[in-house]
Design a protein around this ligand. Structure first.
Ligand code: FE2
Length: 424
């Protein structure tokens, strides 16, 4: 007897099978002829583990236009704009917007989010707000919170003390922004100190790192060195790493093996970096996305992050990790079938690995969290940004959506248009 059976779905690896769920866990993956509280027919549909976003800003989300828009479209104006907004935004407003975003996310099968939380505010109202949100959504979204000194660990006079306070209050991960410190030297020093804090406390590290077009922004090198020195392999991520796009090729040929050796993961954020980077270029205009395929070829774990939805840095965004992977696929030119499938893995299993999620995946003994998509396989899911027909979190159905078929009325055409397409 099962609580739920998901019947006849196609897994990302191509297997067609049933999934039996009991007490919030996956207890069988095989053809099942058994009783269940509910049977969900997934015949012909893709059944995937939930989407995971390893880089987001939940404290700033859905604040687009407040108090004004980002006229230059740059990272630096966005930071300044957020600095204006965070003085006047209330804790309640942050909670309300974050919960609204979490509803969007859950309905799209995004069930784990790592959010950076600005600690450069003496009231720490954003930290209080996000801790409240983490508690409110814990039954259906795993929220991992990063203590993030947005205005610089050293550049902001109280950032250091407030970041320590935020970690003491229960944030999960140590963050930073070395390229925003006053000097390269301060940036490198901040990386060393943040890794020391993480090592002392047994925490993970995720730094906004080298988010610029400056080929000499090389804080990733210090991050890899410190991760190696403290033995933090598998627990450190560099977010963005945009400057690597512009670095000298010889330097990168030495850098990538060092990142791999240190076990540091990379989190590029393609929607945001294609928008923010290259703003000082005329033509040719750089893409600003880090070297994704090249890092993967060195065995470095790379995930796609979303970063922003409707906030001072980005005016669009939906909470859909398929949008994120779709953009990443284009900007990184990951066009072969294997590369496209890898892009799907990046927003599911690779991101889960970066966040260190326990019980993640489609296997017996894993937590029963999964998504049924209106697609035949991961590539079709990307192409269509397919409807999430059913989202199950920890054994419960939390969202359902219709297929995106259309009724066509032109004479001589089929009455129903299905966007899914099979060659055979
Ligand atoms: Fe970010």
């Amino acid at each position: 007897m099962f609580d739920l059976i998901v019947k006849g779905g196609t897994l990302p690896d191509g297997r067609v099978t049933d999934i039996g769920i009991r007490d919030g866990m996956i207890t069988a993956i095989e053809t099942l002829d058994a009783e269940a509280g509910e049977v969900i027919d997934a015949t012909g549909d893709l059944v995937a583990p939930p989407f995971v976003d390893p880089h987001f800003h939940l404290d700033a989300t859905l604040s687009y236009g407040l108090p004004r828009i980002n006229a230059s479209g740059t990272l630096l104006e966005g930071i300044g704009l957020w600095g204006e907004l965070k003085k006047v935004v209330t804790q309640e407003e942050m909670v309300t917007r974050a919960l609204e975003y979490c509803d969007w996310a859950a309905s799209l099968g995004l069930l784990a989010i790592r959010s950076h939380v600005d600690t450069c505010d003496d009231t720490l109202k954003g930290v209080e707000a996000m801790l409240e949100v983490r508690e409110q959504v814990k039954d259906y979204i795993d929220l991992q919170l990063v203590a993030f000194p947005q205005d610089g660990l050293y550049r902001d006079p109280t950032a250091h003390a407030n970041t320590i306070r935020a970690l003491d209050m229960g944030l999960d991960v140590v963050g930073g922004i070395p390229h925003f410190e006053r000097s390269m030297a301060d940036g490198a020093a901040s990386v060393r100190e943040l890794c020391q804090i993480a090592a002392d406390r047994g925490l993970m590290v995720d730094l906004h790192c080298d988010e610029s077009d400056d080929p000499h922004s090389r804080h990733i090198e210090t991050l890899a060195q410190e991760a190696h020195r403290h033995g933090l392999a598998g627990r450190v991520a560099g977010s963005h790493l945009s400057s690597m796009h512009s670095m000298d090729n010889y330097y990168v040929s030495k850098l990538l093996p060092l990142i791999a050796e240190a076990g540091v993961a990379a989190i590029p954020n393609p929607l945001i970096n294609i928008m923010l980077q290259g703003r000082h270029d005329t033509f040719p205009k750089r893409r600003g996305l880090t070297r994704v395929k090249e890092m993967q070829a060195h065995g470095i774990t790379v995930g796609w992050g979303q970063d922003c939805v409707r906030d001072p840095w980005y005016s669009l965004g939906t909470g859909d990790m398929l949008d994120v992977a779709f953009m990443g696929l284009h900007v990184a030119q990951m066009s072969s079938p294997d590369e496209m499938r890898r892009c799907f893995d990046m927003v599911t299993t690779q991101n889960a690995r970066i966040m260190g999620l326990e019980g993640y995946g489609l296997q017996v003994g894993a937590r029963a969290s999964l998504v049924v998509l209106d697609a035949g396989d991961p590539i079709e899911a990307l192409r269509l940004r397919a409807a999430r027909l059913c989202v199950i979190s920890k054994g419960r159905v939390i969202s359902r959506a219709p297929r995106m078929d259309a009724a066509l009325t032109i004479t001589g055409r089929p009455e129903t248009v299905r966007r899914r397409h099979k060659l055979d």
